[in-house]
Structures are given as structure tokens and as C-alpha cells.
Design a protein around this ligand. Sequence first.
Ligand code: F3S
Length: 295
Amino acid sequence: MEVNLAKTAGFCFGVRRAVDKVYEEAGKEQVYTYGPIIHNSEVVSDLEQRGIKVLHSREELEKISEGTVIIRSHGVAKDIYELIRQKGLHLVDATCPFVLKIHRIVEKASAEGKQILIIGSAEHPEVEGIRGWCSKDVHVISDAEGLSEIDLGCKPTCVVSQTTFNYNKFQDIVEIIKEKSYHIEVCNTICNATEERQLEAKSIAHDVDAMIVIGDRQSSNSQKLYEISKKECGNTFFVQTLKDLDLKLFESTGKVGITAGASTPEKIIKEVHASMTEKSFEQLLEESLVTIRNG
Ligand code: F3S
């Protein structure tokens, strides 16, 4: 079997930086992360065992009176920073610099009186965080249909995207917006790591008989990799760990591709990769029988 493992599979720069910061802080004093540090249950439970607690909401943050609060790579709204400071808690900001850049863009555009249009998923914590840096005039859409609700004709508008949004989908929506509006500032804030990972997944999936996408079910960027791969290769599987993979399904597969979302630990990728490259006992036995038969 030929196995093609994507070079871009796994932690991106922002996630690696955030996870490293949490491990650096572990054991110093009571440490909290504001939301799970990454969308990966394996990593989150390892951190729990090291005494790191997850705050799931502003209300939970309000209840604590001491310790360190780590902001994850997704970033948070301005009022969360204010609350952490008011309470005198120690703040460690692991917001990805690419997300911080979006906060600065929308804050400035809002101050200039522009309405903000975020292209992304309204429920995603990164988008909630971005919203929290805008004035009230903000809209979130995830597809072109959402545009019908927004007045684009006369108001100056600043368009940004969730960092993990699909690049082609973003471009299609922007084309439609440009036809409707003259007062528009478009900032393509899709992260290169996402774009590169998506393009590589597409190209590998196009060329293989089966594709494996490794990621946590909560991870939106992993799910997008699955969607992209599935379009190119009907035989695409989404797994969280090696345990979810039925190796029998790949016994007669010629070429397999593997990619993984930005929050997938290297250990899990290596395990899945090894399971595909290491031949099973049955395969080895079959090959040696063929050699014996052929003399
Ligand atoms: Fe940052 Fe891009 Fe990763 S925005 S968290 S480097 S996907």
C-alpha cells in the first residue's frame, strides 16, 4: 500500500504555541484555560490530570478569585480581558497573532463607523471573540444566503473571515458582496496554515483511493478538511484516533492519503500513519506464500 501523509497535517503554529504555554504554566499555581485549549479531548484530559481546569463561560470566570487564566489561540472578546484584569487574575494570552490581527482590524473599522461583516460560523468561539471587538453593527454569515439580511448598499462595510474558513467559499461570497456594494473593505483573514492544509488535502485526496482525516469531532477545521477531501475522494474517513479506524477496509486499497486538523496531536497522526505503513501479519504471510509458490 502506498501512503501519502500530508506535510501540513497536525498542530499549526498558533495551536502549538498555545499548548506549549499551558504546559509551561502547569504546576505553578491554579491554572485555568478559558475554554478547552484546543479541540482535542485527548490533550484536554491530559491537562486535567496535571491539575489544569477549564472555564466554560464568563459566569465560571466570575466565580474564581485567584490563579492564572490562559486565553487559548481562538482569542476572546474585549470584555473577558477586562474582567480578568478587574479580578486581579494573572493573564497569559495565547491568542494566535493572526486572530489578534483580526481583533485590531474590526476594532479600528468599528471606531471609524463601519459595519462589520464576519464570514464564518456564528457559534465558533473565534467568531464570538471577534464579535466582542466590534461595536453593535456586526453581522456574521456562513453562506451567501445570509447576505439578504444585510444592508450593503449604502453603509461602509469591513469584511473579515474566520481564520479557518474555506478559502474558495470566502472568495465566492466576496464576489457577490462586491456586486452589491461600493463601500467595502475586504480583509482576507484566512490563515495560510488553513489554506495550505486545505489545498494539500484536496490534492492528495484527488490522487488516492482512500483518504483518512484525523481530528476531534469538535474541531471545525478538521471537519472542513473532511468535506474538502470527501468531494475529491468518496472513500474518505473521519477518525479521532486509531481506535476509530477499521483497518480491514484498507486491505485491498492501493493508495491512501492522510491528513489531520490543526488541533490533532502528532502522537495520534504517527499511530495512524504507522498502522497504514506497517504490514499486518496476514499480509506478510500472504506475501511469503506467494514467494514460496513462485519458487
Ligand atoms: Fe493561528 Fe492559523 Fe493556527 S490562525 S491558530 S496559525 S490555524
